[in-house]
Design a protein around this ligand. Structure first.
Ligand code: C5P
Length: 232
């Protein structure tokens, strides 16, 4: 599975999602399904989107004791998703068990990506709430290195962190990067943004793009522009 543009389908219902996916005729986008849609519609939404020929990143960010995560991952592997994720904060044993659970009897498995520190946490919440007294960048790189050693395939990070992640974890370790905006686009609540072209230059493996496509007047045109900038 090579580099690609993943559309964050942050919709509340199946109908809205399937209507949206009906816009794409020439190329079936890789789609990200998050907690809201999955909890609203259940596993069937994954099966339906998969049956339409899309690759799926199931973004459920698992974090629990190793046995529980392993069993949950086993269920997800049966859904035939292409990529899923967990919190690196669950530690090495949880990540290793997650990989085992995700591996199908034939040895194949979806890509498993780690979330390091949520971008909603900052130095202050790290220190005061989670009692981590180290700089954010050091924490993120340490979590990425722990995920790599546990055998995971990559991390979610900003395109601006790709270089450091690759230096720490090796070039094949994947970087899945949100925070993408067109040069003239609305940033919304994203703070540090890059264009698809810059994400490509920085060496990102997958860009995750939500509102610049889902809220565009012509979503298909916005998607093809991302593909052109990031993949051509
Ligand atoms: O609409 P937008 O392009 O900002 O959507 C980005 C997607 O990536 C959303 O689904 C968001 O939850 C997700 N994401 C993020 N930043 C992270 C992790 C995930 O924006 N650090």
């Amino acid at each position: 599975m090579g580099k690609d543009v993943i559309i964050a389908c942050d919709f509340a219902s199946k109908n809205e999602t399937l209507d949206f996916l009906g816009c794409f005729a020439e190329r079936k986008p890789f789609v990200k399904i998050g907690m809201e849609l999955f909890y609203a519609e259940g596993p069937d939404i994954v099966r339906q989107i998969k049956a339409r020929g899309h690759k799926i990143f199931l973004d459920l960010k698992l974090h629990d004791i190793p046995t529980t995560v392993k069993k949950a991952m086993k269920v997800l592997s049966g859904l035939d998703v292409d990529m899923t994720n967990l919190h690196a904060a669950g530690a090495s044993a949880m990540m290793k068990d997650a990989l085992e659970g995700l591996t199908r009897p034939d040895g194949s498995r979806p890509l498993l990506i780690a979330v390091t520190q949520l971008t909603s946490t900052d130095g202050e919440s790290l220190k005061n709430d989670i009692l981590i007294d180290k700089p954010m960048e050091q924490v993120v790189m340490h979590y990425a290195a722990t995920a790599a050693r546990a055998g995971l395939d990559g991390v979610v990070c900003s395109p601006l962190e790709v270089k450091a992640v690759k230096e720490t974890c090796g070039k094949p370790f994947l970087t899945v990067t949100p925070g993408i905006r067109f040069a003239d686009g609305d940033k919304g609540d994203q703070k540090r943004v890059t264009t698809p072209a810059v994400a490509k230059e920085l060496g990102s493996d997958y860009i995750v793009v939500g509102r610049p496509i889902t809220k565009a007047a012509d979503p298909a045109a916005a998607y093809y522009e991302c593909v052109k900038q990031f993949l051509d």
